[in-house]
Design a protein around this ligand. Structure first.
Ligand code: SF4
Length: 384
């Protein structure tokens, strides 16, 4: 099975897996101490992109490009310039294209900001995560608050569209510290915030450190209270919550993420990269050497593809829709159900409405403030 461009693809993702260190909570396809492979990996990425484009009978017009990682801010300028030339050669860039690069504090030089702008990158997503150096260092992330301020001070002259990522619930960050950090964050020259709960993924060092009681996590109830406190703070400073974890000033919602949430096609390149062509999901090889050799020999490096069942598609649409401020169409929830099932879901829906966890507006089901934090349970109730 190969990625189909029967539906136009307007978004691409490019994965840069190299990182200067490995964070203990990281579940991503990321490689520390592999920088020697950067030129070879770059060549493979370019080959993968060119081969994909050569198989499409037209030039695809892109509306978003996302360079994620890993730490794409470590992409050497000369190689990135080469990559940008190839992208402009094989694709059409829409005039209002959103081109994002993920940047980690402590990995940038001042000259890079102007360089990135010169090749068309117009959005930065900065992995701030926390302003507590000690808590970050405990988790293997070697950046400092100074790095964050250095980055923002210089980036703001080139970038109007800056987003920051924050992690709520890190061990070692007190409630008062978090509140003080956020009072600073809302004064920064940023247009977007992604605030995620710390996830403890199996097989990560964090997982073992928590399992062996070397680290203890804050209580769930306290983290939930902080989520609501933070949400109110962002809203009172002009951000709109447009998704459970995402807040933006008007007009600065992430267009690339919206492609994922709307289940539009996107083609991804690189190690372990995941694509969706509107029907099938694909994942590339996650082993660096197998990926490199595979691309170099002209082989398909897809190692996994999956066709979702109608039931899975419905579930995905409900989950993605409910996480967003605009909600999910009631018709989507009821789609494909027989009359008994519709009756059951209607009863459960009424129960959720009575508990003020969900509201209905103009045919859309929308989570209430109370419902935001129990989204998973609501989806389960709607589907069971
Ligand atoms: S910087 Fe990001 S991608 Fe790299 S190891 Fe840390 S969390 Fe993972």
């Amino acid at each position: 099975m190969t990625y189909s461009t029967a539906l136009d693809t307007h978004s691409i993702y490019i994965h840069w897996p190299f990182c200067p260190y490995r964070c203990h909570f990281c579940p991503f396809v990321a490689l520390a101490s592999h920088d020697d492979f950067m030129p070879r990996y770059h060549a493979a990425l370019c080959k993968e992109i060119k081969e994909f484009a050569s198989k499409v009978d037209r030039k695809l017009a892109l509306k978003t490009i996302y360079m994620g990682g890993g730490t794409p801010s470590t992409y050497p300028d000369k190689l990135l310039l080469d990559m940008s030339g190839i992208l402009k050669d094989v694709f059409i860039f829409n005039h209002d294209i959103e081109m994002t690069i993920e940047v980690n504090p402590g990995t940038v030089r001042v000259e890079q900001f102007a360089f990135w702008r010169s090749i068309g990158i117009n959005r930065m997503s900065v992995g701030v995560q926390s302003l507590n150096d000690k808590a970050l260092h405990t988790l293997g992330r070697m950046q400092s608050v100074k790095d964050v301020y250095f980055l923002l001070e210089h980036a703001q002259h080139e970038f109007d569209n800056i987003s920051v990522d924050l992690i709520l619930g890190l061990p070692g960050v007190t409630e008062n510290e978090w509140k003080a950090y956020l009072q600073e964050v809302v004064t920064w020259p940023i247009k977007h915030v992604s605030m995620y709960f710390l996830q403890v993924h199996e097989k990560t060092p964090l997982y073992f450190r928590v399992k062996t009681n070397e680290l203890s996590l804050p209580k769930d109830a306290a983290v939930v209270d902080l989520y609501y406190w933070s949400r109110d703070l962002f809203i009172s400073h002009g951000f709109t919550q447009y998704e459970v974890s995402n807040f933006a000033k008007s007009g600065y919602e992430s267009r690339h993420n919206t492609v994922y949430w709307e289940r539009e096609p996107y083609k991804a390149f690189g190690l372990g990269a995941c694509s969706f062509d509107g029907s099938l999901r694909f994942q590339n090889e996650k082993n660096l050497m197998k990926y490199l050799v595979g691309v170099e020999q002209g082989n398909d490096v897809t190692v996994f593809h999956e066709q979702l069942t109608e039931k899975q598609v419905r579930l995905e649409k409900i989950m993605l829709g409910l996480r967003r401020a605009k909600g999910v169409l009631l018709d989507t929830v009821m789609n494909g159900l027989d009359s008994d099932e519709i009756e059951q879901v209607t009863i459960r829906l009424q129960r959720l409405k009575n508990h003020k966890l969900i509201a209905q507006e103009e045919g859309y089901l929308i989570l209430t403030t109370e419902g935001l934090i129990v989204e998973n349970e609501i989806v389960t109730q709607l589907l069971s």
